[in-house]
Write a protein that binds this ligand. Structure first.
Ligand code: 5GP
Length: 175
């Protein structure tokens, strides 16, 4: 069960500062773009996406996609399925995927294989967290909040069995 007592990995202030850094870089890199399309990967992204999108200084639209591993216990297979597709046609759009956390990388790899054939003008990724020790795919993450060790984290939109999402900071699960 998620209690309030897990170790704090990133405080609210650290998160706020890092989101601000990412927003500055993204706003500068896309300053030439009319309407950046931010694609949030549900469900864990929703708080990060809300904060990031409000700190951007460029025009942007938001859409969501929902994916799930077929079976969490066999993520080694990398089987990911689409639960809810985008409503937006991405052809010719500048698309920024917004992920809460990249673990094995299978989800992101699947997303790239889904969205690339739809011919966006550009396709990049912003992930708040990444676990380098767990990565199975060689993937470029264009904007990254933090690398973390191989621990399960909750808070700031991330859950453990649907608990902990509303915590304002990011914590490891209490032992
Ligand atoms: P990947 O396909 O990269 O292995 O998995 C990515 C997804 O696994 C994330 O979007 C997230 O839903 C989930 N995930 C991986 N590690 C963690 C973690 O430490 N905490 C939480 N709450 N979710 C995680």
């Amino acid at each position: 069960m998620v209690t309030e007592e897990g170790d704090v990995l990133f405080s609210e202030e650290t998160i706020r500062n890092r989101v601000g850094d990412l927003a500055l870089r993204i706003s500068a890199d896309y300053s030439h773009v009319d309407d950046l399309l931010m694609v949030g990967v549900l469900r864990g992204c929703f708080i990060f996406l809300a904060d990031l999108s409000r700190r951007l200084t460029i025009p942007r639209s938001i859409d969501f996609i929902a994916l799930a591993a077929y079976d969490r216990t066999t993520t080694a297979t990398g089987a990911v399925r689409l639960i809810m597709d985008l409503r937006t046609d991405v052809r010719g759009r500048h698309v920024l995927i917004v992920e809460d956390i990249v673990d094995t990388g299978y989800t992101l790899d699947y997303l790239y294989s889904l969205l690339r054939p739809r011919e966006p003008a550009s396709l990049k990724t912003c992930a708040f967290l990444r676990k380098p020790a767990r990565l199975k795919m060689k993937l470029q993450i264009d904007y990254l909040g933090f690398d973390i060790p191989d621990v399960w984290v909750v808070g700031y939109g991330l859950d453990f069995q649907d608990r902990g999402r509303a915590l304002p900071d990011i914590r490891t699960l209490p032992a």
